[in-house]
Each structure stands twice: as structure tokens, then as C-alpha cells.
Write a protein that binds this ligand. Structure first.
Ligand code: PLP
Length: 420
């Protein structure tokens, strides 16, 4: 399958911007992606043409409600939800998770147990740890396997007891890039009677999510990681969220999902969210996919996964033999499908920040630090104040950009090792 990279790139105005004449290479994608023009246009149009609060009878409030409904419907298709009522939209994954954790925890009792992993971003750890403190819960930590880079089913089995109420799981790591076998892990946790809360923030930009196939109870993601505006979405299984009573204003709606969406929503960003899903749909249609919106979205992912995996392999192969450099994640090309194209590394004796600063000087945008993968750096014994260099590929990057980045990393590391 050919991936029309030029047609893709043409949709993202930011990709052709320069700084004092120098091109930009965006490899900061795990922290946030660029947006297609249609997303920015939809946000602007909503603000300029249909800006009103919800619940009235005049033209703009009716149009605003349509924007809100369309965004929930689009995300339901995107995640494979049974109904748009299962889609809760809010500020970001972390805020949604703090809110939902408080709601879920209302009927947890002292001595009940929850499981958090050493592979998750803090957004799916801290809310649960603090809930445990508030409610007297016992926390069990689930490590990842240092060889497979994934959570192993046997390790999950080991931490489950008859008092386990909830398992908070990572779909794909924002540091190592590895993808967990979430369906299998969810099955194990569900058989033990636990709720399963999945963080798909880093998976969603790179692979299709199917909440009903996974069988979990909750799944969160963030639109700004997959070419959309700065907002988060939480899917909750209908019967599970319908039984929950969130902290909310007494007079606000008790319907789903309004019960969980506090105050005035980010209506213009919801317009952008629908346009983001529309972008995936159109990308799928370009590959000749027909059928439903969800089928086209699936086709878009099929095309982008194949393309991204090529770039990830190119990057890994290009830097893995640099003396003193360690990639923290799957490097075996035969396992490329078990990771997203986020590649983190450290170099003996050189601070990650120094490498990131040098790359920034050359217009190559990458992140350094622990990136909130606080548990991962601790399990790996990496000093948290240093962390890693993280290069995160998106489907709009090119082989030429990866070549330039590999060359820059090799040159910068060689130079820094000399001046050490
Ligand atoms: C895996 C993962 N989970 C959660 C988050 C937090 O997302 P948000 O900024 O939407 O709260 C991030 C952000 O980088 C992440 O990478």
C-alpha cells in the first residue's frame, strides 16, 4: 500500500514553516502533534459563526448543540463505542481521570485494592494513588518485563486478589513506545472482578482503538496527540457509567454524558475534534476504503502504521550502534508491530537535555526528561531529573527527516563525547 505522504503533509500548514529560514523537523509528537488546516478552520468557524452557550432556542445555540452532538458521535465511531452517550469530553486525559477516579472511588472501602503499573504515564497513576490515600485502599504496583518491555499476563495475575477493585493499564508507553496486549490483560482483570481503566493517549495516534473488542470499562485519550485540538476524551461502558454518581452541580443534567461534563464545554474545540476524525476518514478514503466512517478510519490506520513502522525501523537502525547509546524499548525489527514509533534513548556520560538542546539548535524538535513516565524511569534506574531523549514519529514525518535526525544525533553524540 502506498502512503501519499505529500498529500498528507500538504494538509498540515505548520510542516512548511521555518524559523529564520531553517526548516522544522517535528519529532516532538508524543507530547503533541500538529493539526490539519481543516481542524483550525473548524475551530475558527465555530467561534466566528455559531458561538453561543447550550440549551436555548435561537439559531446559534441550536448550532452549538449540533457541534457538541457531532463531536460525541465522531468519537464514538473513532473508539468503537456502542453509543455517543458513552463519550465524555473534557479538558485533557489527566483532568478526566482525576474526576472519574473520584467518582469510581466513592464506593471503594478501606482495604479494597487497586493496581497501577510501572509502565504508565503519571496521568494514570497519581489520580489512583491519591484516591487510595483518601479512601484507605491498598495499592499494588505492576512492573513491566524488562525483556519484552510489556506488562506480562502472569505478572498481572500475581497482583490480583479477591479485593482488587480496579486495574489502571497503559495501552502504549509514552517513553518506551511498547504496546501492551490490553485485550488479554483486560480479560484477566475482568475475570478477577476488577474494573479496567485504560490510558490510550499514546496508542490512539498510531493504532485503531476498539473499546468493545478490548472489553475494558474505561478508556481515555487526548485529541491533541492525534492531530486535534487540546482536549481529552473518556469512554465509559454504558452500564458502568450509568451506575455512577459524579461530583456535579445539583441542578445540572443527569443524562449521559452530560452528568460527567461539568460546566460549559469547549464547544469550539469539539468542532475541531469532529474535523480531526474527518481527517482520518478522508485519509482512509484515499486508500480506496469505502463503507462506514469507522471502516475508513481503520483503513487510515492500516496505511499509516505500515508507513510509521518503516520510519521507526530506519531511526532505530540508524542510532542503535552509536557507542554508549542505549535505546530503552523494543529494537528487534521483527517486533516492530508491538511498539509505537516513539524511540527513547540515553547516552553514557551525556545529559539528555544537552542532546535535545543541540538538536533544537538544528531545528529538530525532540523532548528530553522523564516525560511523566515517572514509574518507568524509576524501574529502569534512570535518574528522573535527567530522563531520556525522546524522538517521536508521526505519520507526517518523512524518511528524509529521519535521515537528517540520525545524522545529527550521530554527529552531536560524537562531538559531546570528545568534549567530555
Ligand atoms: C501515555 C499518556 N497518558 C496520559 C497523558 C496525559 O495526557 P493529558 O495531557 O491529556 O492529560 C500523556 C501526555 O503526554 C501520555 O503520554
Amino acid at each position: 500500500m502506498t502512503f501519499e505522504i505529500d498529500a498528507v503533509r500538504a494538509q498540515f500548514p505548520a510542516l512548511s514553516l521555518t524559523d529564520e529560514g531553517r526548516r522544522r523537523i517535528y519529532l516532538d509528537n508524543p507530547a503533541g502533534t500538529q493539526v490539519p488546516r481543516r481542524v483550525a478552520d473548524a475551530v475558527a468557524r465555530c467561534l466566528l459563526e455559531t458561538n453561543a452557550n447550550l440549551g436555548g432556542y435561537f439559531a446559534t445555540t441550536v448550532a452549538a448543540q449540533q457541534v457538541v452532538d457531532a463531536a460525541h458521535a465522531a468519537m464514538a465511531d473513532f473508539l468503537g463505542a456502542a453509543t455517543p452517550e458513552e463519550i465524555i469530553i473534557g479538558a485533557n486525559m489527566t483532568t478526566l481521570t482525576y474526576h472519574m477516579s473520584r467518582t469510581i472511588g466513592r464506593d471503594f472501602r478501606p482495604g479494597d485494592e487497586i493496581v497501577v503499573t510501572r509502565m504508565d504515564h503519571e496521568g494514570n497513576v497519581s489520580p489512583w494513588l491519591q484516591l487510595a490515600e483518601d479512601r484507605g485502599l491498598t495499592v499494588r504496583f505492576l512492573p513491566f518485563d524488562a525483556t519484552s518491555w510489556q506488562i506480562e499476563p502472569a505478572a498481572l495475575q500475581d497482583v490480583l486478589t479477591e479485593r482488587t477493585r480496579l486495574v489502571a493499564l497503559n495501552y502504549a508507553s509514552n517513553l518506551t513506545g511498547s504496546i501492551n496486549r490490553v485485550k488479554e490483560l483486560t480479560g484477566i482483570a475482568k475475570r478477577a472482578g476488577a474494573l479496567v481503566y485504560i490510558d490510550a493517549v499514546q496508542f490512539a495516534p498510531h493504532g485503531p482503538v476498539d473499546v468493545r473488542d478490548i472489553g475494558c470499562d474505561f478508556l481515555a485519550c487526548s485529541a491533541y496527540k492525534f492531530f486535534g485540538p487540546h482536549m481529552g476524551m473518556l469512554w465509559g461502558r454504558h452500564d458502568v457509567i450509568d451506575a455512577l454518581q459524579p461530583y456535579k452541580c445539583r441542578c445540572s443534567s443527569n443524562d449521559l454524558p452530560e452528568r460527567f461534563e461539568l460546566g460549559t464545554p469547549q464547544i469550539e474545540l469539539m468542532a475541531g475534534l469532529s474535523a480531526t476524525v474527518g481527517y482520518f476518514e478522508e485519509l482512509g478514503a484515499r486508500t480506496d476504503a469505502s463503507g462506514s466512517r469507522r471502516e475508513k478510519i481503520a483503513a487510515a490506520y492500516r496505511a499509516s502504521i505500515a508507513y510509521e513502522n518503516g520510519l521507526a525501523t530506519q531511526l532505530i537502525d540508524g542510532i542503535r550502534d552509536i557507542p554508549g547509546l542505549t535505546i530503552h524499548g523494543i529494537t528487534d525489527a521483527s517486533r516492530i508491530a508491538e511498539r509505537v514509533p516513539t524511540v527513547s534513548f540515553t547516552v553514557e556520560g551525556i545529559r539528555p537535555e544537552t542532546i535535545a538542546r543541540q538538536l533544537a539548535e538544528e531545528g529538530i524538535f525532540v523532548w528530553s526528561g522523564h516525560n511523566y513516565a515517572w514509574e518507568i524511569v524509576h524501574q529502569l534506574g534512570i535518574p528522573a531529573e535527567e530522563g531520556v531523549v525522546r524522538i517521536g514519529i508521526a505519520h507526517y514525518n518523512t524518511a528524509g527527516e529521519i535521515d537528517e535526525t540520525v545524522e545529527a544525533v550521530r554527529r552531536i553524540v560524537a562531538m559531546l563525547r570528545q568534549v567530555r
